[in-house]
Design a protein around this ligand. Structure first.
Ligand SMILES: [Zn+2]
Ligand SMILES: [Zn+2]
Length: 786
């Protein structure tokens, strides 16, 4: 802990002990050493330094992102009382602690610096640290949308396990009520009452299903005092070791892929597994993980945030039991600290299933790193720094441990497949679906033709509606994909052409009907939809276009006998909602799922026959070198949701451009053909992997200022980087949250040394920051943008 200024102290990590006096700045005293033992282990700092160098940020920014707040108590940290703390007589509360508890009790949450001010105590960091360890207080993370535990309704028998007399009494009570008797027996059965000294907990829903009785029967039993209903918080990601499963049996094709991965690793520590959707990559991963655990080593299994569902965790928990640790970004800080400390304290073979930030954890000895869905753009962090790509960081981390890496995807990133093709990565391909299931049939619907023939109903073409109705009628499910949320993406006055715009950003507002609001999808600004046009005063404000909210409404009307669910950012703000939508759809409580790209992620649903891509035009033709890649991935991934055993899935791609090269390739699931075209284009126009791109952003509240700063800055950049500098230009959305933006692109040689680039950029910045206006602007770098 080190003091800066009079009041503030910060924590840091001791990287090196040496005797060279630094020059150029005043050295601060270390006030206190917080941890008796190191909280990081080799080679974590090495990775942090690599990240800071490669992604052009400071190692402090990496530290800030990497270490949970509970391990770096600072004067600006908010703490509050832990209401779950259980009094423990062995804990000796000091007078100071008691005083802090009183203060927190009165004020709710407080900054440590505020407590110091109120009490007159100095340097409370260590003491607070101790209180955190005991569990007296918690770090408050109001800003973090915490993962909320799900409440389940459970049922239990109103007597002791050993109280046979009471049990007999219960049977007497229900003797004349056959339904109630049946339910009582079902309860005993489900809880394994007779077989086990500690009966299992029974879900209310399971009991109703097993007994086949109505809730009224249950109510009768509760009224008679036989059963009791209670609620319990269930953390979806707690490891339930009561159920276990064997390793899945591999098919011949899977087994061949598994063997071939082991082979490739002998020459190449990083190997790509391209397995088409539904080929069963997870089963192969399970076997590889098992091998590494048996060697006594650890495994990091990275998934995109959206794929970290109970579907996946419960599958792995059954196989690996307590050896599985989960690291979710929606976990509370305490839970993150728990995982961190668990890893820090052990060399045991463990597997961490986690999102992006789990690359920062203190692994003892990694033997394997798996990056599933390696093409996913959400592996890249946009804001704040470090703007790292967790896939690439994971590869570096693995190499620092001497571990093998497996990248998995049905649609590998162009860069990744290129590296596999030229032999920098090993390549294993699994091109058949599991269990002989066939790839879905893709049908392209020409919407111009549909409109000409007046066959479509708004956005919905006749073939899509017919196929959906047929599938639903046969007890199958339908997924509709539209990459726009809200009700209507366009609002306009049809008299005077007034369009509502965000007051903070250069974008038009999107209409959300259920909250009757116009909303900005960039900054969250909202206003109510005016009844009369604010410019011409006419009753002529119209909404146009189709967002997911409108589509769900429409489909509710068209298919009114079926149940429609919607999955987008608006319906999944709370993490539970996302899980609930998936669970309802996979247990067939809903029939049609409408959603944004969330529905394209690797979710497995048994009964999906039809997938509709409602407006493929909206995802094609972006002015960006990755737009084709994004479009192909999105359509191919959502198409992959269709079709299961004994049935070919049907995918309807609606477009006004049926001959588009990407659509042609999706139609035949021709990844290779798509890749060849993309890599040609990338080479022709000098884009990655043939170059390395660094985007530089300048932001300022004053538009003219940011424009002139950008021009000057580019002049300085050109002196060093020459024609590698492109821009400056105003991005498509040129103002966000009141900041005007200018962007500059640096196109470097593919093998450019980032250390050198960083030094040069620093030199340029030093030169331009003589101008104090430059210092008032925000400048940041984005390396390898996706
Ligand atoms: Zn008007
Ligand atoms: Zn806005």
């Amino acid at each position: 802990m080190v003091q800066f200024g009079k009041k503030n102290y910060y924590t840091g990590i001791v990287e090196l002990v040496h005797n060279n006096q630094p020059s150029g700045y005043e050295v601060k005293e270390i006030m206190m050493v917080l941890d008796a033992k190191p909280i990081v282990r080799h080679p974590q700092l090495k990775l942090w330094n690599w990240l800071a160098e490669y992604y052009l940020c400071s190692v402090g920014e990496v530290y800030k992102a990497a270490v949970p707040s509970g391990l770096k108590v600072e004067s600006e940290t908010y703490i509050l009382l832990n209401s779950d703390y259980e009094y423990d007589e062995n804990v000796n509360l000091t007078e100071r602690m008691a005083l802090i508890i009183q203060l927190l009790d009165r004020n709710g949450r407080m900054k440590i610096s505020e407590i110091e001010r109120e009490t007159g105590f100095k340097n409370l960091g260590t003491l607070v640290n101790k209180m955190l360890e005991i569990g007296l207080v918690l770090i408050d993370e109001r800003i973090v949308d915490k993962y909320r535990a799900r409440k389940e309704t459970l049922v239990r028998l109103n007597c002791d396990r050993n109280d046979n007399e009471a049990l007999h009494g219960f049977f007497d009570i229900v003797k004349r009520a056959r339904q109630q008797e049946k339910m009582l027996i079902a309860y005993l059965d489900l809880s394994a009452w007779m077989q086990s000294p500690t009966p299992k907990e029974v879900l209310k829903s399971d009991l109703l299903e097993r007994s086949g009785a109505s809730p009224a029967v249950l109510k009768g039993l509760v009224d008679k005092g036989v059963l009791e209903i209670y609620k319990k918080e269930i953390n979806r990601f707690t490891v339930d070791v009561s159920e276990s499963a064997e390793l899945p049996q591999l098919s011949n094709a899977q087994l061949a892929a598994y063997n071939s991965i082991l082979d490739k690793w002998k020459e190449n520590k990083v190997t790509l597994l391209r397995g088409v959707t539904g080929s069963g990559k997870t089963e192969i991963y399970s076997h590889l993980i098992n091998d590494v655990l048996n060697l006594g080593q650890q495994v990091l299994y990275l998934v995109p945030e959206i794929s970290l569902t109970t579907q996946l965790t419960s599958r792995l928990q059954k196989i690996f039991g307590k050896r599985l640790l989960i690291y979710h970004s929606k976990f509370s800080d305490n839970e993150r600290v728990d995982v961190w400390k668990k890893l820090l304290s052990t060399h045991e073979p463990l597997i961490v299933l986690g999102v992006r930030s789990s690359v920062f954890l203190p692994f003892a000895k990694l033997g394997l790193v798996i990056v599933d869905e390696e093409h996913e753009s959400s592996y890249k962090q946009y804001d704040p720094a470090p703007r790292y790509n967790a896939r690439d960081a994971a590869i570096v981390l693995a190499s620092m441990h001497g571990a093998a890496t497996l990248l998995g995807s049905a649609t590998p990133a162009v860069e990744t497949y290129y590296k596999a093709k030229i032999g920098r990565f090993g390549l294993v391909e699994l091109l058949e679906r599991f269990d002989g299931i066939r790839m879905p049939e893709v049908k392209v619907v020409d919407m111009r033709d549909q409109r000409k023939r007046k066959e479509c109903r708004g956005l919905y073409s006749n073939p899509l509606l017919v196929a959906s109705r047929k599938a639903l009628g046969e007890g199958k499910q339908v997924i509709m994909f539209q990459n726009r949320r809200g009700y209507a993406p366009m609002v306009e006055c049809k008299e005077c052409a007034w369009v509502p715009k965000c007051k903070n950003c250069d974008v038009s507002l999107v209409f959300h009907r259920n909250i009757r609001e116009l909303r900005c999808h960039y900054c969250g600004y909202s206003m109510t939809l005016p009844n009369l046009c604010p410019v011409c005063g006419q009753d002529s404000v119209e909404t146009y276009g189709y967002g997911t909210e409108r589509i769900a409404d429409d489909l509710n009307e068209i298919f009114n006998e079926y149940r429609v669910a919607r999955m987008d950012l608006d319906t999944t703000r709370n993490k539970d909602a996302y899980e609930d939508i998936i669970e309802d759809f996979s247990s067939h409580k809903t029939d049609i799922l409408v959603g944004t790209q969330m529905v394209t992620k690797g979710l497995d649903f048994e009964r999906v026959r039809v997938v509709g891509v409602l407006n493929a035009d909206s995802i094609l033709n972006y002015p960006d070198f990755r737009s084709n890649e994004r479009a192909f991935n999105m359509i191919e991934q959502v198409a992959g949701r269709a079709g299961r055993k004994n049935e070919v899935g049907e995918v309807y791609v609606q477009t006004t451009d049926p001959n588009n090269q990407i659509i042609e390739k999706v139609k035949t699931h021709d990844y290779e053909g798509y890749y060849d075209e993309q890599i040609d284009e990338r080479q022709r126009f000098a884009y990655p992997p043939f170059t390395k791109i660094v985007n530089i952003y300048l932001k300022h509240k004053d538009e003219r200022m940011v424009n002139s700063l950008a021009v000057n800055y580019v002049l300085e950049l050109r002196k060093i980087f020459g024609n590698r500098v492109l821009g400056p230009e105003k991005p498509i959305v040129g103002r966000v949250a009141n900041y005007y933006i200018q962007s500059i692109m640096l196109k470097m040689e593919a093998n450019a040394s980032m250390r050198k680039v960083k030094d040069l950029l620093r030199t340029v910045y030093e030169r331009v920051s003589i101008d104090k206006n430059m210092r008032s602007a925000i400048l940041y770098y984005d390396v390898d943008p996706v």
